[in-house]
Design a binder for this molecule. Structure first.
Ligand code: ATP
Ligand code: MG
Length: 660
């Protein structure tokens, strides 16, 4: 449909079409997950280009993750809108700052700090404040929050005190002094940090009318995805890009605000129409992504969060499922995390056996520390997987180190060994081998694995280039291509199951999604105690549930190691769990008690043929009655027994129960 305006519009529903054809003036789309917001804005850009209203290079589309930006660029190309800039806030700002810095202040833009933690530690040390890693992380998070909230070290104590912000028990005055010390150390070393990229760009544009004019003339049409998570600092930058023009289109979902700990404010989205009285405001409610079963679960979780005690004051609009029915979501309890991870890995392997591509699967969790257990289970089964969603790939230390080594090596070979036959792949492998790359993935999880993956992704680029070229290619060709991709933030494509935090998964979708470790203490996270914080954790679950197109698996474990069962499923799962499950409630029937003693496992597909299970008896058994696999006598008797027992249970919860 690339480039054909009629076809571009034909791929949209009437409300989405209203977005795509509102080519001028302020536009806001406020809509739930999977309703086609991102689709509507990509089509809008392509449509604007197709009808000649936009020059592709005059459009700047911003989103939140490198991966989302990459996907948007890919989509735009397919739709015939080549040359449109689709970037994260940071990458767009960094480019501008690097380009204009010499003109504005002379010299290069200072380079970005590698290890901010050590500077915070130094600043704290000078004040004799004792810090451990957890405290340092807290302090760093707080400093980031202050910076994106436009709060200076001088203002910090005054702003933070009434907000009841807790930083490992350190009082606001001391935090402010550490913040001041950190900024000073950074200046002395001639470095900037991640937030400074935006702060410096905003300052540069604010202070230099000529540069601001030039930027505003270059980018005439601004589009922002995931606008509900915009911080005051990003908002300020956006205002500088926009100037007094009205060519701004924003889309977002207040129910997916998940960055308020980092200063994000959904009221920029909800207040858009107030700030822009002539805005076109469109609401979308049809969910095109997920099956009715997945949509039902997401709606139920958000519905239960409504009301005066909900906190945050954000009520999700019910999504209306458009897709045909699919399998019931699977809810599962395990004895410990290792078992839970194993169950998920088996589930994924089962789906793969039924033809679902591993690249169309994801395992999502609340915090990075949950990743290694999951990785281990995948690695043991030889399931290919990719940690992290490709966030800031080119900023990873190992990638920068690798690029540096490859550059140096490329120079050495051309200068010294000009007539050696070109074999880029072998050169890349040898160079990265010295940095720890190996043919086979390491058995270790976590940081070791992440490092290997980054290097393996670079090797894969060389292999792809060599395979695509008719003649042997040399290392310089690979280096040049990598430099080009780094400039464009083009992340090497992911192979295998995505293993990621819930935060990094927003905006994305997979056929199958497993949410891992959905128990109290993890979600809501143990540090989320205020009602608004708990409400944000609920939204995080909503984001997770709505990533699934078809297959959904939600699980938790009762113990950490295997001792006393101390953990409970997340309170947000209440509306999804069978009534008898709720911990502590008096069991209503003997059957319930029996199940409880044995430990309840909840499932929805036939364990043998994978077919969705429809009645309570089937679900209890975990087998499909007409399963092509033959049952032994005992299984059939059990099935009949359960049929009798459960015939009265007309209404079985959508999420089935069977005894293992
Ligand atoms: P999120 O809030 O999670 O970012 P979103 O509102 O941006 O979701 P999209 O990612 O744009 O939703 O769309 C969700 C899925 O539905 C995509 O696979 C998209 O291609 C599909 N889709 C959207 N609109 C339509 C439509 N009118 N017809 C068919 N498919 C659609
Ligand atoms: Mg989206």
């Amino acid at each position: 449909i690339g480039g054909d305006p009629e076809l571009l519009l034909a791929a949209l529903d009437p409300e989405q079409r209203a977005v795509a054809t509102a080519l001028h003036g302020p536009v806001a789309v406020i809509a739930g997950a999977g309703t086609g917001k991102t689709r509507a804005i990509t089509h809008r850009i392509a449509y604007g280009v197709a009808v000649g209203a936009y020059s592709p290079t005059a459009v700047l589309a911003v989103t939140f993750t490198t991966r989302a930006a990459g996907e948007m660029r890919g989509r735009l190309q397919q739709l015939g809108a080549r040359g449109v800039q689709a970037r994260t806030f940071h990458s767009a700002a960094l480019r501008q700052a690097q380009y204009f810095w010499p003109k504005a202040y002379g010299g290069e833009l200072p380079s970005v700090l590698d290890n901010r933690m050590s500077l915070v530690a130094e600043a704290a040390g000078r004040l004799r404040v004792r810090v451990d890693t957890a405290r340092l992380r807290d302090l760093l998070g707080e400093i980031s929050w202050a910076k994106v909230s436009n709060t200076t070290p001088e203002d910090y104590a005054r702003v933070a005190a009434p907000l009841d912000r807790t930083v490992s028990g350190i009082d606001p005055e001391t935090v402010a002094r550490i913040f001041t010390g950190y900024e000073e150390l950074k200046r002395q070393r001639g470095r900037i940090d991640f937030e400074d990229i935006l702060l410096c760009t905003a300052a540069l544009l604010a202070e230099h009318d000529d540069i601001r004019d030039q930027v505003q003339r270059t980018y005439r049409h601004l589009v922002v995805d995931e606008y509900q998570d915009v911080s005051p600092l990003q908002h300020r930058l956006l205002e500088l890009w926009r100037g007094n023009r009205s060519e701004l289109c924003v889309v977002g979902d207040p129910a997916q605000t998940i960055h308020s700990f980092a200063g994000a404010r959904a009221d920029f989205l909800t207040g858009f129409a107030r700030r822009h009285p002539n805005a076109t405001v469109v609401r979308l409610v049809r969910d095109y992504r997920s099956t009715p079963q997945v949509v039902g679960a997401a709606n139920a979780v958000m519905r239960a969060g409504r009301g005066p005690t909900a906190g945050g004051g954000i009520d999700a609009v019910e999504l209306q499922a458009q897709r045909p029915p699919g399998p019931e979501p699977l809810l599962q309890e395990s004895q410990n995390e290792a078992d839970e991870a194993a169950e998920i890995a088996d589930w994924l392997a089962g789906l793969a056996a039924r033809g679902v591509d591993y690249r169309e699967m994801a395992v999502l969790f609340r915090i990075n520390a949950q990743s290694p257990v999951m990785e281990q289970a995948l690695a043991e089964r030889n399931i290919p997987y990719l940690v992290r969603g490709g966030e800031r790939f080119y900023e990873r230390a190992e990638v920068r180190q690798a690029l540096h080594a490859l550059r140096t090596q490329a120079r050495a070979i051309t200068e010294l060994d000009g007539d050696r036959p070109a074999d880029a792949v072998a050169e890349v492998q040898a160079t990265l081998g010295a940095l720890g790359w190996t043919e086979q993935p390491p058995s270790g999880a976590g940081a070791v694995r992440e490092r290997w993956e980054s290097l393996a992704a670079l090797v894969a680029v060389a292999e792809d280039l060599a395979a695509a070229s008719a003649e042997p290619i040399g290392l310089p060709v690979v280096v040049e291509e990598l430099e080009r991709r780094a400039q464009a933030q083009h992340v090497p494509s992911a192979q295998g199951v995505t293993v990621s935090t819930l935060h990094s998964a927003k905006g994305l979708e997979w056929d199958a999604v497993a949410l891992f470790g959905i128990q109290e203490g993890s979600l809501p996270f143990v540090l989320a105690t205020r009602p608004d914080e708990v409400a944000e954790e609920r939204r995080l679950l909503y984001v997770g549930l709505t990533r699934a197109r078809e297959h959904l698996h939600v699980s938790w474990s009762r113990t950490r190691g295997g001792g006393q069962a101390t953990r409970k499923p997340s309170r947000f799962l209440d509306p999804l769990l069978p009534a008898h499950y709720r911990g502590g409630a008096a069991p209503s029937a003997a059957g319930d008690q029996r199940q409880r003693r044995k430990g309840t496992v909840l499932a929805a597909h036939c364990r043998t043929c994978g077919h969705a299970l429809h009645d309570a008896a089937e679900r209890k058994l975990g087998r499909h009655a007409d399963c092509p696999a033959t049952y032994d006598e005992r299984t059939l008797t059990l099935l009949k027994e359960w049929r009798k027992q459960t015939s009265a249970e007309e209404k079985v919860p959508a999420f089935c129960v069977f005894t293992d």
